[in-house]
Design a protein around this ligand. Structure first.
Ligand code: UD1
Length: 429
């Protein structure tokens, strides 16, 4: 199993290209199930989760080609992939596939909308707490689906097709909002979704669906209105930049000091997180094609954050921000409100010398003057990258084990950081 070895102490200076967003690419790829025409996605990141979803979609009958060249010979970033679901050959998503990636559960929306039935495995346990699917079930029932749970599978049927309705989510869910957008696009009549997620990835999916002929208004606000259409066509769509990757590198620069341009991204995608970073002492400015992040000389100030649905502070940057706060001049409180049990990085950061105590959903982080490298391991994607950030300033050598978590969500991480002066390498095997 690959590992990442880091020798801490170098400031980051240079340019880092930001990839297409994983969390936008996944629902966009799933949207290809809605049409028998070709959906072309540009700027698709080269990530393990994307490859896994390609395999899962193939199981339902989606063919894909990568523009020009074969997959293995493509440059690592910014691929253009054409997805065609001419015929849906299987409306079952088996446990072996869904359990590997939770987002693949979202195929339930387009399968129901297009084939009027779907049999999708419950996603099963997840390292960051129980992640139920009740909101998906309630929402799809509101559109007229009959849903049973049978032997670990959700069996859904909508004889005669889905029918538009008004539905208010009792809790904000990104995934359930994606699924409702896809399902309602092919339902009869009007659907109004209240308390919808407002994440930029929702806006990106809505833009793509509209390019395919859907009639969606209000994406990016809490009320989304969808006029169902009979069929959707193909389209060409560019995946928006990854705001979590952007925020992660911005936090890495705030941690090490230095001056880095993050290219191909946008500050408006992560305003709250950038405000917190600014409060912590980093300077952030817009550039024509992205943003510049720098911190020279001054220490890191402690800043309290509370995770919240967009436009709040993203839970997907919580671990990285905590890593930064381990070196602050004082005490910071970090509260996680989205997922229970998303503090697995705490113990590992402690192995590097961080002083963190937990009380329920709040972590109290007391900044320390130095971290010291050690072997560490993480059980999820964002936690792993927080250990990399800590390793960049830890004295001596930090080895991050279980790198496959990083490969799920960060494209060429060691190359991107290495190009800016970090001493970081992948050890194979
Ligand atoms: C998506 C992101 C993930 C991010 C999360 C929150 C993708 C592929 N993943 O995950 O990186 O951390 O949004 O921003 O885009 N919930 C229920 N019932 C449900 C569905 C969700 O109670 O039926 C709960 C979850 O357990 C969680 C909260 O709602 O506590 C938010 O989850 P949700 O927004 O659905 O996260 P995902 O879409 O899975």
């Amino acid at each position: 199993m690959d590992r990442i070895r880091i020798r801490g102490g170098n400031a980051l200076n240079g340019t880092i290209p930001i990839s297409g967003a994983k969390n936008a690419a996944l629902p966009l790829m799933i949207a290809s199930l809605l049409t028998d025409d070709t959906l072309t996605l540009e700027n698709v990141p080269h990530l393990a989760d994307v490859e896994q979803l390609i395999r899962i979609l193939g199981n339902h009958g989606v063919d894909y080609t990568v523009s020009g060249k074969r997959l293995a010979t493509q440059p690592a970033s910014g691929r253009t992939i054409h997805f065609t679901a001419r015929t849906i050959v299987d409306t079952t998503a088996p446990y072996e596939l869904v359990s590997k990636m939770r987002a693949s559960f979202w195929v339930i929306g387009p399968l129901l909308a297009r084939c009027h039935k779907a049999r999708v495995s419950l996603p099963g346990g997840c390292a960051i707490g129980t992640r139920p699917v009740d909101l998906f079930i309630d929402g799809l029932r509101a559109l007229g689906a009959e849903i049973d749970i049978d032997a670990g599978y959700i069996v859904a049927e909508a004889k005669g097709g889905l029918v538009g309705n008004r539905y208010t989510f009792p809790k904000v869910s990104v995934g359930a909002t994606h699924v409702m957008l896809m399902a309602a696009s092919l339902a009869r009549g009007e659907t109004v979704i209240e308390n919808a997620a407002r994440e930029p990835e929702i806006v990106d999916l809505a833009r793509c669906l509209n390019a395919m002929g859907a009639r969606i208004e209000g994406a990016g606000t809490s009320t989304i209105t969808i006029q169902g259409v009979e069929a959707l066509s193909g389209a060409r769509h560019r995946v928006l930049p990854d705001r979590i990757e952007t925020g992660t590198y911005a936090m890495a620069v705030a941690m090490t000091g230095g001056d880095v341009t993050l290219e191909g991204t946008r500050t408006d995608l992560l305003q709250t997180a950038l405000t917190a970073l600014g409060d912590a002492g980093a300077e952030i400015t817009d550039t024509p094609n992205g943003m510049r992040v720098y911190r020279n000389g001054n220490g890191i100030r402690p800043v309290d954050v509370v995770t919240d649905p967009f436009p709040g502070f993203p839970t997907d940057l919580q671990a990285q921000f905590m890593a930064l706060m381990t070196r602050a001049d004082g005490v910071a409180h970090i509260t996680e409100t989205i997922f229970e049990n998303r503090f697995m990085h705490v113990q590992e950061l402690a192995r590097l010398g961080a002083k963190i105590s937990l009380s329920g959903q709040m972590a109290r982080v007391e900044g320390v003057p130095r971290l010291v490298g050690a072997p560490v391991m993480a059980t999820d994607l964002r936690a792993s990258v927080s250990l990399v950030i800590a390793g960049l300033v830890a004295e001596g050598e930090t080895v991050v084990n279980r790198v496959y978590h990083l490969d799920r969500g960060f494209e060429r991480l060691e190359e991107k950081l290495g190009a800016c002066g970090a001493e970081i390498e992948r050890i194979s095997g």
